[in-house]
Design a protein around this ligand. Structure first.
Ligand SMILES: [Zn+2]
Length: 133
């Protein structure tokens, strides 16, 4: 089981991660919105000169926004992990109720499942027998 001192360390790193994610999300959203506004207002000074750059810029913006979405997802997982610490369920797999390996928690403090369940979920294996071909 996880000791109280270890739990405090996990809580501290989760809180640190949360504030970093919050900061980054806000910063990136600002950047992406500023670009969109400049384009909408037709401010040509911020527009790329070469047509080829237009595609790159659009791609970059899309990339930033998709990155932001995944950061928000991570933030959500971090919040849930902090909630599990409060309700004393931290380190317990949400799928099978087993103990999550400490090594896994050290690498991924917001992990909600043990490695076995995580692999199962990733492979889309829902525990149902495979369909015969
Ligand atoms: Zn599990």
């Amino acid at each position: 089981m996880i000791k109280a001192t270890e739990l405090r360390a996990f809580k501290a790193s989760l809180e640190q991660l949360r504030s970093r994610l919050r900061g980054d999300v806000t910063m990136m959203a600002d950047e992406a919105l500023r670009k969109t506004r400049a384009e909408a207002s037709g401010d040509l000074s911020t527009m790329p000169i070469h047509m080829a750059d237009l595609g790159t810029d659009a791609y970059e913006q899309e990339f930033t926004l998709s990155l932001m979405a995944s950061e928000e997802e991570t933030l959500e997982l971090v919040e849930q992990a902090l909630e599990r610490i409060r309700s004393k369920k931290f380190g317990i797999c949400e799928e099978c109720g087993g103990v999550i390996a400490k090594k896994r928690l050290e690498a991924l403090p917001y992990a909600a499942t043990c490695i076995r369940c995580a692999e199962k979920l990733e492979n889309g294996d829902t525990g149902r027998p495979r369909q015969p071909r």
